[in-house]
Every structure is written in C-alpha cells, then in structure tokens.
Write a protein that binds this ligand. Structure first.
Ligand code: ZN
Length: 169
C-alpha cells in the first residue's frame, strides 16, 4: 500500500484540480462554475503555458489572479490566418454563416505528408468567396484568470510517462 501524503503545493508531476474563471476584455468567457474544475498534470503543458507558470507554488485552497499575455496564452493574432476560399469548395448544403466554427481537412501535398485537421471560424461569405479565420478565437487576447486550487495529488509513474492525467475509475 502506498500511504504517502498528498503534495502541499503546485509543482511538476502533481495532479492539480483547479477552479477557474477566465475574463477577456473584462467579460467572463469561461469558468468552472457551470461545469467541472479542470484536472491536469502540472509541468506537462496541458493548459496554456502562462497559466501553468502562474500557479507554481500555490497551496491547497489558495486563490490567485493571473494575467497571461497572448504570447503565453493562445498566441498573437496572425494576419496570415485569414484565408479566402472559393465558395464552390464547400458542399452546396453547407451552413456558410459568419461566426460558425468549422473543421478543415487539408490533404498532404505528397503521399508522405500527413493530413491536417484545423479549426477555423467563418468571417464572411459572399457570392464567390468564403473568408476563414484560422486564429484561435482568443488569439491576441490578454487572459485574466482567477483560480483556486481545490485538490492536489501525486501523479502516478504512468501519468508522468504519458504526460496526462488518467481517470479515477
Ligand atoms: Zn495515458
């Protein structure tokens, strides 16, 4: 039997359960209040890197406000992420409406390259052209997190090896 005590603060190879609220431009865009807290392996880059850096050393039950700049959040906004595609490339019954998020499969250039799957948001649609934005919806945004550590436990060797958390069951 393993009777080790749980870790007392956030450090690498600790499984962290975190309640969070994310504000962007002063508005709450995501929070654990309507769902479950996030559970992740600290040090495995399972969460945005700026948040991971910001929670090191936090103790069980501690709350903290962490501001994450775009470079350590969802990246800088990239003008090259705006791409125009001919409308005829889409199936006739495809719901082409601004704001709709779509998944784009791109075939590899040659048989050795892998097919890529990318998320994009439809920016605008006209008779011939659909404009897509491949930036993450929060690219270029400063992220204001308010977090609370609600559980800490030692990761298993297998979890550390895999770089992610395994379920309880
Ligand atoms: Zn695994």
């Amino acid at each position: 039997m393993n009777t080790e005590t749980n870790p007392t603060m956030v450090e690498n190879n600790v499984v962290v359960t975190l309640e969070y609220e994310l504000k962007v431009d002063g508005e709450v865009v995501d929070s654990s209040e309507n769902g479950d807290p996030i559970v992740f392996l600290q040090g495995a880059e399972q969460i945005v890197i700026g948040l991971e850096k910001g929670i090191y050393g936090m103790k069980l039950g501690e709350t903290r406000e962490i501001t994450v700049l775009p470079a350590e959040g969802y990246g800088e906004y990239d003008e090259n992420g705006i791409v125009e595609v001919a409308r005829k490339e889409f199936p006739p019954d495809f719901p082409l409406e601004p704001g709709v998020e779509i998944t784009v499969h791109t075939d590899g250039e040659d048989e050795d390259s892998e097919n890529e799957i990318q998320e994009a948001t439809i920016v605008s649609v006209n008779k011939y052209v659909v404009t897509l934005n491949f930036n993450h919806p929060l690219a270029g945004k400063t992220l204001d997190f308010k977090v609370k550590v609600v559980d800490l436990r030692e990761a298993t060797e297998e979890e550390i090896e895999h770089g992610h958390v395994h379920g309880e069951g």
